[in-house]
Each structure stands twice: as C-alpha cells, then as structure tokens.
Design a protein around this ligand. Structure first.
Ligand code: G6P
Length: 608
C-alpha cells in the first residue's frame, strides 16, 4: 500500500526521502516520486515501476537540491501505475505538492467542481484534487489553507504537503490512514510507518484522526481538527534498526520465518504463569464470560486463516459457538452480534481498512471487542476494548509468517484462558496444554531445522502449474494458510480443500502428475485423510504428505513426506505451518520470484 515520507532539515532532502521510501518498499507499490523545494520552486521527479527507476532518474537524489520535501510510493487504486499518476501531485500554479495514502471518496464531485473553475488535471488520481483545492483556498496562511482544504475531503487519507511559499515547512494531515511524525535534532520527519523513521530517530508522535502538524527543522506544532494547538507526547520506539533489516538473510521472508521461535517466545512466555494463562489488560470478567452467547472472529487474509484455527480451538475447549468472518464481508452483512458477543479482531498491522470497519461495526452493535495485533498503538490496537499484542517484532515481507504464527499462539492461549474461566477444562488438561504451548518455540525451531530437506522438495515440485492442499479440521485450517502463502509469492495456482469435500467438487481436476499436498496430522481423522490420499492417487496425483514424526505409514501412502514435530493435537497448527512456509518460500525463490514484494500485493491494505 502507498508509502509516504517527509523531511525538513539542513541536509539534502532527496537522498533522505529515497532512503525512507526504500524502507517502505515492502508495503507494495508500482510507482514512486518525490518533490523538494529549492531555488526553482517545487522540483518533482516521478517514475513508474521500481524505486530504482526514481533513483536512476535523480542520480540517487543528488540531482535535486533543497532541504525540505516529500516522497511517495504508490499502489494504484484510481488510475493506472503510470508516471503521470505517480505522486506527488502539484497544483496548477506550482505552489503546492501533495502525497497521499488512502482514498478521497468524493473526488469525482470535487474534480468536476474544480474543472468548472478552470483547474486542469494531469492525472486520473483522486489525490490531484487536493493540490488544486490547496491552490484555490490559498490566502497566504498555510494552516488555514490546509484546514479549508481538508474540510472538503471525504474518505480516508494521510497527506504530506509542501508549499513553495514556506520553503522549510512540511504539513502532515491524518484522517483514518496512518501517519507518524519523527522528531529529530534539527530535523523533522514523517512517514506512513515507523520502519522509515527508526534509522533517524526513535522519538515518534502518532497523529490521531483529524489531527495535523506543521513542521520546521527546529519546531513542530500539532493541531486538533478545529485548529487548536495540542501537546502530544512522543513515544519511544525500541525496535532496533537491525530488527527491521535483513540481518544477513537473502529475503525478509526467510529472516522472519527463522525468527519465529523467538517471536513465539515473546508472545507466549510472559503469558504463562504456573499451570495457567494470564493476559494483562484483558477486559473480560468471569461474569461477562458466563453471559457470553458466542464468539465472532473477523480479519482479512492470513489473519483470517489464523481465525479459522482459533474457531476450532475455542469451540473445542470452551464449548461456545464461534464464527469466523472475512472482515470485508462482515461489515456489509447484518450479522447477529450484540452485547453478549465477544468479537476477536486479528490484524498484524492493525491498520487494515476492512478490519477496522468491521471492528467499528461490531462496536456499534455493542459487542465486547478484543484485538490481536502486532503493531503497537496501531488503529485497531487503540480502538478495540482490549488488545493482546503478538509481539512478533517488525514484519517486513509482504507475505506474513511470524505475524501469523504468533496470532495462532495468542488465540491458543486465549482459548485455554477462556475455557479455564468458564470452567470447561479440568486442571490437568489445562496444565497439559500450558506445557504444550510453552514448548511451541522449540517445536517451531525443530520444524525450521528441516530447512535443507524442504528446499530440496521445493526444487523437486517447483514446476507445478496448479496444485491442491487437502486436510481435515485443524489440518484444513492450516491448508488455507499454506495454500495462500504459496499463491502469494510463487503465483502458482493452488486450492485448499477440506479433504472430504474434494470428491464433491473439483476432483475432476486431479489428473496424471497433479501435485496434492496432504496434511494428515490429526490422529482421529488419519484413516479418513489416508482414504482421500488414495482417491487422488488413483487419479494419477503425486502426493506430498505432511505427517507427524514417526508416522512410517505415510511413507507408503505418499510419494514424499514432510515429517513435522509432534505436539498436542490442538497445538499442531504451528509445527505444521512452518515447513509449508519454507516450502512456499523455496518454490518462489527457485522460480525467480520477487519473494518479499510479490506483484499486486500490499503488506498493509489501508483502503477498502
Ligand atoms: C494484506 C496482506 C496479507 C495480510 C492481510 C491482512 O492483504 O497481503 O498478507 O494477511 O493484508 O493484514 P493484517 O495486517 O490486517 O493482518
């Protein structure tokens, strides 16, 4: 999704902006640009495609003088990913340049109004209306001009603005799209996320919806939506620069897969006390839980798949009905959610627009809301009634790995916690599960240790144009994520099927040589899944089995087997997922795909 950076200081701005944009590349984009104020007024440079194109165009920023500017990576929504549509957009009089993340929903009406008034448009974007509105309202007072402009905008946006009349001033505006200010020494920055800031400063200010800021190298003023000056406390970021960098790995995705044992430790260890689970800050009284009639889990993408695991665990342990819903669907249905519903919202970034909208809808219906979120102080973290952080650290690769497994870990602990509070689990079982959860980081490490074998299997199976993942119950939930991972980064078509359902649907697509990855880690369903393996083999499929270590029988059922570390049956999803993340990674790498930045995908989808 679009990335924004801004800088005002004493050194040349363009290289600083390009450096910031590089750190935001992981969000996904298809063009980039920057605008800097110098003796020529506002100088812009824009290029479609990768950031290297913009670097080449500007000689890594050295061609552009000036110490105050804004930059942008664009993920196309309104208009094709061309140079003309790339940000920044400049007003007709050349006075203002704007970068924008989000969507201006009333842009068509504004464009018509501005066109009638004689403003000419050079792009198809919704953003360009902002540049022309700024010109139209400009009266010499930058703050008032910005306020008048913003008052006309509907939708979600983070804006970065420069004006040639104020050559050292940056304007940052936030409305429902993240924008963070970095406070430096003799320099100020803004960016759409902290990864672009931490190499310059650890002191950041999170703007709230409607707030805006005027920034100069040695001063920063934040205003509320009514234009009153407000005092904001800076937060300290303790993520290390290395944590946000590759640390010797070829790709962020591989680094993040390898980091999972530690990420799981961070998510799990502080929450296990004796034979039980504790959650600081979780607002769920025993009384409220007893009156709870059901649980709804809502999320997008991989977080939704984590929710599918969560559903089986909570139903199994707590014996309460659980629904999992894709957030973009839930928000437009008329779901049965009331004050006795617990809604669990899952989001790595905490900024996914559909998930935020679903959360707001659930709150409107009076539900109790708990967020499972990675990014501290993100929108979902702040709006849910309680937040359980996954503490996975920064996740840069577009395809989530440690973000997902830590979500599953937190959901597992939440299921045990609620079952205990509801009195639906006996002490021994609770203690057994707690011990099992404590051992997940180590089991995850053992799964990672199979790296070499998985790479060999990936090379063997890399040429499949289409494949199936099959499994039952929790294995099926894992199939959904494993299949998405492979599709996202290798562009190989794959479908996850409940193993028993394949024969009711697309078994006709199973033909000679078709790869089927069969997950058979559920003892109680083993015979059933083995039967499904035989069904596809009878039709010519090649089967890669995923089975619990020691399962020698799978060697006779499947052509190849990935053995995963044994855990309690309810705790298998994490040990099962990790080898399949590695499989997806090595298949994509072997096929020469851009693993960390898969085409058309964005890390954090902040538009509907
Ligand atoms: C995007 C990403 C997915 C991610 C989903 C939800 O679509 O490409 O990998 O799972 O958003 O993101 P969230 O930050 O809410 O977990």
């Amino acid at each position: 999704m679009c990335g924004i950076v801004g800088f005002t200081g004493t050194e040349r701005a363009a290289p600083v902006l390009l450096e910031g944009l590089k750190r935001l590349e992981y969000r996904g984009y298809d063009s980039a640009g920057l605008a800097v104020i110098n003796d020529n007024g506002i100088e812009t440079a824009r290029a479609s495609g990768r950031l290297e194109n913009l670097c080449a165009l500007t000689d890594n920023g050295e061609k552009i003088s000036g110490v105050c500017g804004i930059g942008h990576t664009r993920w196309a929504t309104h208009g094709a990913p061309t140079e003309l549509n790339a940000h920044p957009h400049v007003s007709n009089d050349g006075r203002f340049a704007v970068v924008h993340n989000g969507i201006i929903e009333n842009y068509a009406a504004l464009r018509e109004e501005l066109t009638k008034k004689g403003y000419s448009f050079s792009s198809d974007t919704d953003t360009e209306v902002v540049a022309h509105l700024l010109e139209m309202y400009f009266n010499g007072d930058l703050k008032k001009t910005v306020m008048k402009t913003v008052a006309r905008l509907e939708g979600s946006y983070a804006l970065g603005i420069v004006c040639s009349e104020f050559p050292d001033t940056l304007v940052a505006v936030r409305c429902a799209s993240p924008l963070i200010i970095g406070v430096g020494a003799g320099a100020e920055y803004f960016a759409s996320d902290v990864t672009a800031l931490i190499c310059h400063t650890r002191s950041v200010i999170y703007l709230e919806d409607g707030e805006f800021a005027l920034m100069k190298p040695d001063s920063l003023t934040v205003y509320d939506p009514a234009g009153r000056e407000i005092q904001k406390k800076a937060s300290h970021i303790d993520w290390s620069v290395e944590a946000a960098e590759k640390g010797g790995y070829e790709h962020f995705m591989l680094k993040e897969i390898m980091e999972q044992p530690n990420a799981l430790r961070a998510a799990i260890e502080p929450r296990l006390k004796g034979d039980g689970v504790v959650f600081d800050g979780l607002d769920l009284s025993d009384e409220w839980l007893r009156e709870m009639t059901g649980v709804v889990i809502t999320a997008c993408g991989s977080a939704y798949h984590a929710g599918c695991v969560g559903r089986d665990l909570i139903e199994s342990l707590c014996r309460v009905p659980v629904r999992v819903e894709v957030a973009s669907e839930l928000r437009y249905r008329d779901p049965i959610i009331d004050a006795h519903t617990l809604v669990i919202i899952i989001s790595q970034s905490g900024e996914t627009a559909d998930t935020i909208a679903a959360l707001n809808e659930c709150k409107r219906r009076g539900a109790k809301t708990v967020g499972i979120v990675n990014v501290v102080d993100s929108t979902i973290a702040k709006s849910a009634d309680s937040v359980l952080y996954t503490w996975a650290g920064p996740e840069i690769a577009v395809a989530t790995t440690k973000g997902y497994t830590t979500q599953v870990a937190v959901l597992t602990m939440l299921a045990v916690y609620m079952a205990d509070k509801l009195g639906r689990i006996d002490e021994n079982r609770c203690a057994e599960l707690v011990r099992g959860i404590a051992s997940l980081p180590e089991r995850c490490q053992r799964a990672i240790d199979m790296n070499g074998r998985i790479e060999r299997l990936a090379r063997k199976y890399k040429d499949n144009a289409s494949l199936f993942f099959i499994g039952r119950n929790l294995d099926y939930a894992v199939c959904l994520e494993a299949s998405l991972k492979l599709k996202e980064i290798s562009y190989i078509h794959s479908e996850a099927y409940a193993a028993g359902e394949l024969k009711h649907g697309t078994i006709a697509l199973i033909e000679e040589g078709r790869l089927v990855i069969a997950l058979a880690c559920r003892k109680e369903l083993y015979e059933k899944t083995a039967g499904n393996i035989r069904e596809v083999k009878a039709r010519g499929a090649r089967v890669l089995g995923v089975a619990v270590e020691g399962d020698r029988r799978m060697l006779t059922e499947a052509d190849d087997v990935i053995f995963v570390p044994r855990a309690d049956p309810l705790l298998m999803p994490i040990p099962e997922t990790v080898p399949l993340q590695l499989f997806a990674y090595y298949v994509a790498k072997a096929n020469g795909c851009d693993v960390d930045k898969p085409k058309n995908l964005a890390k954090s989808v902040t538009v509907e």
